[in-house]
Write a protein that binds this ligand. Sequence first.
Ligand code: SF4
Length: 230
Amino acid sequence: MSKAKIMEVFRSVQGEGKYAGVAQVFVRFFECNMHCVWCDTPNSIGDTVRRYDEVTLDELWLKVRGLWDRCHSVSLTGGEPLLQEEFIKAFLPRLKEAGMSSYLETNGILPRALEAVIEDIDIVSMDIKLPSSTRCRPYWGEHGEFLKIARRKEVFVKAVISSATEKQDVLRSAELVSRIDPAIEYILQPNYFDRQNGVVGKCLEFQKECARVLKNVRVMPQMHKFMKVQ
Ligand code: SF4
């Protein structure tokens, strides 16, 4: 693939997970293979609005380098970046050569694509998509395969908890992670749009349940929503 479909390239702070608060250059890839009901980047899904630039490796590299200025890492985000795995595979060595860390934000359901790029990825921020949260079909098998590959590098997982999230989904996901490695950090994220509906309380309850099988379970908000940054 000589060009990628890119929605935007910008500098901001990471809003979620273990590295919340660090400065990053974000590369937002267009299009997603899921339709989470609470998606916070709906224009990246591609159903209704199809707005993106077709960008070459050189063009993307120039943009990233221009924004870098001692950032922590370059976040490949979306949409689902692994849908454009060939381009990412070709792009990652440029980051490596320049001493820039790569940080993959992914829905965690494309293990074959991850396998193709994992060698040059530094950090994987992997979502676990709970069917009662997303209103999509379950992806337990894909998530399990994906996490086994991702743990060759630094990886943490996170799940959005909404007022519709069912305890059985959270427990199943915690067991899935625990079977692979109980030390993998698991972050429960109260859905910002649902925050008046008791989701923080649910997260605290789920944290106790997950701690039966996992060593490091955290409850963390999606900070960028509160700070009103991208
Ligand atoms: S996986 Fe991410 S980008 Fe895709 S629909 Fe779900 S929340 Fe949106």
